[in-house]
Design a protein around this ligand. Structure first.
Ligand SMILES: C[S@@+](CC[C@H](N)C(=O)[O-])C[C@H]1O[C@@H](n2cnc3c(N)ncnc32)[C@H](O)[C@@H]1O
Length: 272
């Protein structure tokens, strides 16, 4: 215990994380790894970071690896994060509905604990209300089985659902008191639209064929270097239909990385 992370051991972590997840840990991330992985060491009663690496490399179930990825990469998300992006999606889908389109396919690439795909599902149900025979499917993926379990559980604290419009909360969620708080459970209308799967964005090619209408790939490319980003964007390009949209995080840009996407406005690209 009290072990420190020497440069050689940090390099072993960097290599393992990069090979398995595409996440690039810069040299300045040494303190972060030491602090966060230190917690796993203490939880497991291990004496050194090298012991932990040995355990990770021998971990056939992937359970500890998931906890490790969760420790070094944030799962921060929220319902209707960047709400204007959901307004944009509603406007576009409304236009497509008016043009007669009835089949819609979406992908939430790094869905974390589910707030993003469930926000998308509410947006789509609302906009498609009143149109007959609309067929909507959302694929939601993440590398972390721990967050995917939370997606399937679909229960969120009162605090977490404050950004869901009250009318939508009562329409598509049920609430039950737990102690002094209420817990909101996502209802079956929303759940039925979303398919959750584990997927590593750094390990293309992906098994889907498309065509997709909109891909939300938000706040995950920040962890990748250019070769991983480029390979991921090539796959998104392959699956998006021409005229479909790629929505990224507000701090992310595709400039100079993939010419197959046309810039529309900040964090929003059209597939050429
Ligand atoms: C900050 S969250 C983004 C959540 C959501 N997209 C949003 O913007 O609110 C980043 C997510 O990326 C996932 N992630 C990291 N590396 C990944 C990879 N190689 N493949 C798939 N998901 C990955 C993490 O598990 C985490 O849930």
């Amino acid at each position: 215990m009290g072990s420190t992370l020497d440069i050689g051991t940090f390099d072993r972590f960097r290599t393992l994380v990069y090979e398995q997840t595409g996440i690039s840990l810069g040299p300045h991330k040494e303190a972060l790894v030491q602090a966060r992985v230190g917690k796993r060491l203490r939880a497991l009663g291990l004496r050194s970071y090298d012991d932990y690496l040995d355990l990770l490399e021998a971990d056939e179930t992937g359970g500890e690896f998931t906890l490790f990825v969760d420790a070094i990469c944030t799962n921060v998300t929220s319902f209707f994060r960047e709400a204007h992006q959901f307004d944009f999606i509603a406007e576009r889908v409304s236009e497509w509905l008016d043009e007669g389109q009835r089949r819609f396919r979406f992908w939430s690439c790094a869905c974390s604990s589910g707030e993003e795909p469930y926000s998308l599902a509410m947006t789509l149900l609302d906009v498609a209300n009143g149109y007959p025979d609309v067929d909507i499917r959302i694929l939601a993926t993440d590398i972390s089985t721990r967050v995917l379990d939370r997606c399937l559980d679909g229960c969120y604290s009162e605090q977490r659902v404050t950004t869901v419009p009250a009318e939508w909360r009562s329409k598509w969620m049920t609430s039950a008191p737990v102690g002094k708080e209420a817990v909101y459970r996502v209802g079956s209308e929303l759940r039925d639209l979303v398919l959750f799967r584990r997927m590593n964005l750094a390990a293309p090619p992906f098994p889907m064929t498309g065509p997709l209408d909109i891909v939300m790939c938000r706040n995950v490319m920040i962890y990748f270097d250019d070769p991983v980003r480029i390979a991921l964007l090539d796959e998104i390009h392959r699956m998006l239909r021409p005229g479909g949209f790629l929505i990224v995080g507000h701090a992310e840009s595709l400039t100079g990385i993939n010419a197959g996407f046309k810039y529309l406005k900040p964090a929003t690209y059209v597939r050429r």
